[in-house]
Design a protein around this ligand. Structure first.
Ligand code: SF4
Length: 260
C-alpha cells in the first residue's frame, strides 16, 4: 500500500498563503516540515538562496531531505561545493539527481553537445532533459518542495507567493520562503550564520547554473543577466518554475508550444 499523499486544494493553499504572507522564512519552513515531514524536500541548485533554505531547514530538522540536480554540465567548482555542503550539514540527506542517459545520448546525437547556443528551443530542450525531467521524476514522490526564489530576481518571479500550488508538478505545494527577501537580506543572513556559499560568487557570478551557460555579470546588469547571456528575448528560466499567475511553466519557444 502506498503512502497517503498530503494534498491541499487551491482554497486551502490560498488561506495558508495569506496567513504566512508576512511571515519570516523560518516560520514558513517550520510549518511545512511539521505538516509534511519527510514528504517535504529542499530543492536547490546550491546558490545563496537555496543554501539559506537548507541552513534554516537543517536548524529545524538536521536530517531534512534535500536534492540537487547534476546536469552533467556543472562547473567543477559546484562539484567541490557539493562535498563542502555535505560536510557542513552531515545529517542532511542530500540526493543528487541525474538526467536519463538515453535522453542525453539521443539529444546530443541529433543536435551536438553544445547546441544550446544555437536557439532558444534547443536550449530549452537541453534544460528540459537535464534539469526539468529529473526533478519532475522525483517530485512525483514528493508532496511539498522548497525553492529559493525571490520576487525581485526577475520580472518572471515578481508574483510568486511564499506558499503556492505547483501545477507543473501535479498540484503539490511549493514553498518560496524567501519570496520577499532582497539580495542584501540574503547576504546578511549568510554572513551572520556562517552559511557556506558557492565559490563562484567571489568571481562576480550573481547567479550560478551550468558551466557553459553561466558567466559573471558586468556592473549594472541584473542578477540573472549571466544566465544564457546570449539570449536576448527569452525568459531567464530553465522551465522548472511555473507562473503563479498563468499556471503555465515559464518556458517559451516552439519546443514548449509543441509540448503543451
Ligand atoms: S543550463 Fe545549459 S547546459 Fe545546463 S541544462 Fe540548460 S542549456 Fe543545458
Amino acid at each position: 500500500m502506498g503512502l497517503k499523499r498530503i494534498r491541499f486544494d487551491k482554497s486551502e493553499v490560498d488561506a495558508v498563503a495569506v496567513r504566512f504572507a508576512d511571515a519570516d522564512p523560518q516560520e514558513v519552513i517550520a510549518w511545512a516540515l511539521a505538516g509534511f515531514g519527510d514528504a517535504a524536500m529542499v530543492v536547490t541548485g546550491l546558490q545563496a538562496e537555496g543554501m539559506i533554505i537548507l541552513d534554516m531547514a537543517c536548524r529545524l530538522r538536521p536530517s531534512v531531505r534535500a536534492l540537487t540536480v547534476d546536469t552533467g554540465r556543472l562547473p567543477q567548482e559546484t562539484y567541490a561545493f557539493i562535498d563542502r555542503v555535505r560536510d557542513h550539514y552531515p545529517a542532511m540527506r542530500l540526493q543528487t539527481l541525474f538526467p536519463d542517459h538515453r535522453d542525453i545520448e539521443a539529444f546530443t546525437r541529433e543536435n551536438g553537445v553544445n547546441s544550446f547556443y544555437n536557439s532558444v528551443d534547443l536550449r530549452m530542450q537541453c534544460c528540459n532533459l537535464r534539469k526539468v525531467r529529473p526533478l519532475a521524476r522525483e517530485l512525483e514522490r514528493t508532496d511539498a518542495w522548497f525553492a529559493g526564489l525571490r520576487r525581485d530576481q526577475s520580472p518572471s518571479r515578481a508574483h510568486i507567493r511564499k506558499i503556492e500550488l505547483d501545477y507543473t508538478h501535479g498540484g503539490i505545494v511549493k514553498l518560496n520562503p524567501l519570496a520577499d527577501w532582497t539580495k542584501e537580506d540574503v547576504w546578511a543572513y549568510i554572513r551572520e550564520h556562517d552559511v557556506p556559499y558557492h565559490p563562484l560568487y567571489e568571481q562576480g557570478y550573481p547567479s550560478i547554473g551550468c558551466g557553459p551557460c553561466t558567466r559573471a555579470a558586468f556592473p549594472g546588469e541584473d542578477e540573472r543577466a549571466g544566465r544564457w547571456w546570449w539570449e536576448t528575448r527569452a525568459a531567464k528560466e530553465c522551465g522548472i518554475h511555473f507562473s503563479p499567475v498563468t499556471g503555465r511553466t515559464k518556458r517559451n519557444g516552439a519546443f514548449v508550444a509543441a509540448m503543451s
